[in-house]
Design a protein around this ligand. Structure first.
Ligand code: OAD
Length: 266
């Protein structure tokens, strides 16, 4: 591929075929669980054990999962494009484990494996860094229950505390009502300012948040392709120049083969 500048935006649907539940889809987290009880600063203040339990369970599920063909295809596209950025709303590490370099990726909703202090700047890095802190690691099998979200009565669930200021630590994700991370926002803006893209691919997201649609539209070169990969219609569909109504692990490898082939020399 020559002179290609690509923007890919992903959401939970891209990890669905790795066995990671989506949020709003069938069997999605928000079908059975209340975001206000698990993914807000208020929820954490009210019941940090419950919130940590949910994140530990999700961490464990992600550790046990493998990247799928969609993650692989995106990593391959990144390798072949002259300029590439993935903006993912996913907090898992499956894009990275499929071989996508961190500098080509913005995790705009954070990284579930990071554990950060609620007060100061101290944090334990994600899986690429040093070992996770006590209490933030694997869920013990006997505590793997989240069918109901009644407050946990377990007294012995470790809550990680900041070694600097002894305040509770939290998962390094963006919760409802919180600002997006400024440094990551800046990376998105720099990429968008650096030139327009063709194609822009939006895969596996309901595009619930306005900034997702905004970035996709701003990123598109005049006359360029704006592809949606999603088995279902979303608020973004009306803007797409091409709709691929298939699971990401089927659609993306094919799409990437076509793109890489189209731009190969000879
Ligand atoms: P959602 O759960 O809202 O949407 C998942 C999308 O993936 C849906 O549009 C599905 O149709 C689609 N989908 C399901 N299976 C698919 C597959 N195999 N291939 C392709 N698409 C598939 O997830 P997100 O849009 O990522 O934020 O949600 C955005 C944010 O809302 C999340 O990052 C999280 C959530 O609340 C925070 O926690 C801040």
């Amino acid at each position: 591929m020559h002179d290609t500048r690509v923007l890919v935006i992903t959401g939970a649907g891209v990890s669905a075929e790795s066995g990671i539940p989506t949020f709003r889809g069938k069997d999605g987290y928000w079908r059975n669980l209340d975001p206000a009880k698990l993914a807000t600063p208020e929820a954490f203040a009210r019941d940090p054990k419950l919130v940590w339990e949910w994140y530990r369970e999700r961490r464990q599920r992600i550790r046990n999962a493998q990247p799928n063909a969609a993650h692989g295809a995106i990593a391959k596209l990144a390798q072949h494009a002259d300029e590439f950025l993935l903006i993912t709303q996913n907090v898992d590490d499956l894009h990275a484990r499929a071989g996508l370099p961190m500098e080509k990726m913005v995790q705009i909703h954070g990284d579930i494996f990071v554990t950060g202090c609620c007060r100061c700047d101290f944090s334990y890095p994600g899986r690429g860094g040093s070992p996770e802190p006590p209490g933030a690691g694997a869920l013990q099998p006997e505590s793997g229950r989240l069918r109901s979200i009644a407050p946990t009565s377990e007294k012995d669930v470790d809550l990680p505390r900041c070694p600097e200021c002894d305040v509770l630590m939290r998962p390094g994700v963006v919760w409802f009502g919180e600002q997006l991370p400024l440094d990551e926002l800046q990376r998105v803006e720099e990429y968008l300012d650096g030139g327009t893209c063709d194609p822009v691919i939006v895969a596996g997201t309901t595009a619930t948040f306005g900034y997702i649609i905004d970035w996709a539209l701003r990123g598109r070169r005049v006359g360029g392709e704006l592809v949606e990969v999603n088995p279902e219609e979303t608020p973004f569909s009306q803007f797409a120049t091409r709709l691929v109504r298939e699971p990401a692990a089927i659609a993306l490898p094919r799409l990437v083969e076509t793109l890489v082939g189209r731009h190969s020399p000879g």
